[in-house]
Design a protein around this ligand. Structure first.
Ligand SMILES: [Zn+2]
Length: 387
């Protein structure tokens, strides 16, 4: 998904909403294509500005439609205690990036279905608005088959209703990672009570659809619909890649199922006592082991925080003998530096802190330091599991 060339437009309920540069290509295309379309529909002269105004309104309506769809996913995710780190609009639509996967089939289903429900409501609202303004003649206009009957503003509502209906149908195709594919995964998950099996099934189905999209896209491109064809083939290629990646990750998860942090960690870690002086920490730990950081434990063996080499070094030499390690800890030993030793190893795969620090303190239920687990150890366990 796009990362570079992305910039934030606004923030809604703490969620940064950004656009990728390719989104402007979409807006430009919509305005360009739609102004020609409205000129034909309304039968106005070449120099009339009205078609342009309608095309710009359509582009904004389209933007709002996609954004509301993604906000639908994000708000339901929030209700299921999953934060959305960002919403990005780009040439293939919108992406709501959730911080983690839902932990139940029900949550997965509700989050997946929320976007299409919003799109359905937008479609219904556009149709209702059109009928309210134009009465029953709106229906002929909405199909754009009797263009004489349609009035100016209503043409935009009719187009938005059509495009949202299209978005709805496309998103509900059972082609993981599209919404429909996620719904399939949620149902398979509920039926089998096995998240990984359900994911592999949905991802395989998604890969199948991806090939179909690519095939249709190529045929369309070769038979005249060049733009649509290329666009569909690219979507297929992207969905296929994403589905394959998901399937691979799920297979890996199946292989490391049953492995816990305690099975992989160093169960006899070297830890600095919180009462030690900075001098002692430097001489007996940092200079001896040459590690970038150490876990620090209190008298009862409870983990209280980390000490980085740089932090210890920055204490003026004259005070190193009198200051204790507990005064200069890095962090407070909270959840960002620790992992429970009985947690499944899988929970560490997406752990950002593990990547940043290179390791985490593994603690037992009482907060006592049980071990240290490093990125290297996790990597080795994964290699062993897949070998
Ligand atoms: Zn969606």
């Amino acid at each position: 998904m796009p990362q570079r060339g992305r910039f934030t437009l606004l923030t809604i309920r703490g969620i940064p909403v950004g656009v990728d540069w390719s989104w402007f290509l979409v807006l430009f295309l919509i305005i360009w294509l739609m102004s020609g379309f409205y000129r034909d529909v309304l039968g106005v002269s070449q120099d009339s500005v009205e078609p342009y105004a309608l095309a710009v309104a359509s582009a904004f309506g389209f933007f709002a439609s996609i954004l509301l769809h993604e906000l639908g996913h994000a708000f339901v995710a929030m209700r299921n205690r999953i934060t959305t780190s960002s919403i990005t609009l780009w040439m293939f639509g919108g992406v709501a990036s959730l911080d983690r996967e839902p932990d139940s089939a029900g949550a997965e289903f509700r989050i997946a279905v929320a976007g299409p429900v919003v799109t359905l409501l937008i479609t219904a609202a556009c149709l209702a608005g059109g009928v309210a303004i134009d009465g029953s003649t709106f229906w002929e206009g909405a199909r754009f088959d009797d263009t004489a009957s349609i009035s100016t503003g209503v043409a935009v509502l009719a187009w938005l209703a059509n495009i949202n209906a299209l978005i709805l149908v496309f998103n509900l195709l059972p082609a993981f990672p599209l919404d429909g594919g996620r719904i399939v995964r949620a149902i398979a998950w509920r039926l089998t009570s096995n998240r990984e099996k359900a994911t592999i099934f949905a991802a395989r189905l998604g890969q199948g659809f991806a090939y179909v999209f690519i095939a249709i896209g190529i045929v369309a491109a070769l038979t005249g619909a060049l733009f649509f064809g290329v666009w569909l083939a690219l979507i297929g290629w992207m969905l296929g890649g994403s589905a394959r990646e998901t399937a691979t990750r799920s297979k890996l998860n199946t292989k490391i199922e049953g492995l816990r942090v305690a099975d992989v960690m160093d169960a006899e870690p070297v830890a600095i006592p919180a009462a030690a002086t900075v001098d002692e920490a430097l001489d007996e730990y940092f200079l001896r082991y040459r590690w970038p950081w150490f876990p620090v434990v209190d008298a009862a063996g409870r983990f209280v925080g980390l000490l980085n080499r740089g932090t210890a070094d920055s204490v003026p030499e004259t005070t190193r003998a009198s200051r204790s390690v507990s005064e200069i800890l890095d962090g407070s030993g909270g959840a960002d530096q620790t992992v429970k030793s009985d947690e499944p190893l899988e929970s560490l795969l997406a752990n950002i802190e593990l990547r940043r620090l290179g390791g985490l303190a593994a603690v037992d239920a009482d907060g006592r330091l049980a071990g240290v687990i490093t990125l290297e150890q996790v990597g080795r366990a994964l290699r062993d599991a897949t070998a």
